[in-house]
Design a protein around this ligand. Sequence first.
Ligand SMILES: *[C@@H]1O[C@H](CO)[C@@H](O)[C@H](O)[C@H]1NC(C)=O
Ligand SMILES: *[C@@H]1O[C@H](CO)[C@@H](O)[C@H](O)[C@H]1NC(C)=O
Ligand SMILES: *[C@@H]1O[C@H](CO)[C@@H](O)[C@H](O)[C@H]1NC(C)=O
Ligand SMILES: *[C@@H]1O[C@H](CO)[C@@H](O)[C@H](O)[C@H]1NC(C)=O
Length: 387
Amino acid sequence: MHLPAGFFVKNNVRFFVISSYIPRLHASRSHTKIIARMKIVAFLLIFILHYVSCSNILYVATIASPSLQRWNRALAMGLRDKGHNITMLSHDSEKGPTPKNFTLILLEGIYDILEAKFESNEIREETATKTIKALFKHVGFCCEYDFNTTGFHTLNNYPKKYKFDLIIFDASYGRCFYPLIQRFNNPPAVAVTPYRLPPILSNAFGNHLHTSYTPYYNTEFSTKMSFTERLQNFFYTYVEVMYRKNSFSPKENKIVKDQFGDDVPALRDFERNISLLLANVDFVMDFPMALPPNIIPVGGLHLSPAKALPKDLQKIFDEAKNGVIFFSLGAYLRSDKLTDFQRNNLIETFKQLPQTILWKYEADNLPGLPKNVIIRKSFPQNDILGE
Ligand SMILES: *[C@@H]1O[C@H](CO)[C@@H](O)[C@H](O)[C@H]1NC(C)=O
Ligand SMILES: *[C@@H]1O[C@H](CO)[C@@H](O)[C@H](O)[C@H]1NC(C)=O
Ligand SMILES: *[C@@H]1O[C@H](CO)[C@@H](O)[C@H](O)[C@H]1NC(C)=O
Ligand SMILES: *[C@@H]1O[C@H](CO)[C@@H](O)[C@H](O)[C@H]1NC(C)=O
């Protein structure tokens, strides 16, 4: 993984020190002098690498979604592998033993509540505008909930002078943790999003929203839209931007003031001070879009090389003459909670396909399952896609 050079803001000064040696090095004609200077440069480099390797990083990944958290965790682990000390605030507990130089502060308990909410179909089968409202309601709820967790209080009770060298925020939707920047004495901050690139973030980081050819993600439009589709696309995109600005922001600021006190600056002001956004978009997988230099596409950084498939799956792949289709709704939406209408449509469609279908389906039985469809509660997705 390549991190942009500006990433270690505080260390830039030291990089400048090296580069000032290099022109003089070229000017010198004597070999011994060059070697002597190279030794100095090498020494400085080693010193700097050592210095850089000790950054103490706080990673605030408060989006409550196991699949998005996988992306955040991969980035955190990449940084840890480079020698940094990571403290991560997250809703997802570690499955195995906790790795070295990685401390997880768990915001406990939210999934139990969200599961009950999703049972009641809150975010499904809605129009784009209703989804926007539901989404922000969800984000506001998560903020309030998180401020009540012991995990949050553990972090907030760190010594007043405790020093983080950098704070990374998953900025996908909520901003209510931005006051931690002030709480930890204003270290540099970087925003990331595993959620592709929501228009509100793109806009907040200075991008123009090209609604004539960038389809809003909650629609079925493509880059080629008719006039009415472009109008609708403009409408949805700006409803999200305006809804956040005019309706959600005041509520969000109030939640934050209740927690951090009335003197806390507006969230917009924190956001303006964050100059870098790493977004999970890739020009191969996403629609074309113009990006300013401070939004860096790092799509797919969570992917690891595929491992060999388990024997039974390999057998399915070998026997599938017409290939295999993998179908999964991800970690959040569950196939077994689809309506009968949706499920039957899928079954009817799968039945007509010549391929073998692997369907991530979260229950044991599915009546009327066609012969070419195999359901399982979980599949090794990365390895299947790598096959
Ligand atoms: C953990 O951090 C220390 C000090 O920063 C470093 O010396 C050590 O190599 C790191 N360990 C791992 C496993 O990265
Ligand atoms: C690494 O992070 C943990 C948890 O925040 C902290 O207790 C520890 O002091 C940090 N280590 C270093 C070397 O900064
Ligand atoms: C958080 O705690 C406060 C005070 O105990 C309570 O009034 C509020 O309902 C709680 N909020 C959530 C979302 O749990
Ligand atoms: C934003 O940065 C400026 C300049 O460094 C600083 O004066 C201001 O307090 C920062 N604002 C917030 C909300 O952190």
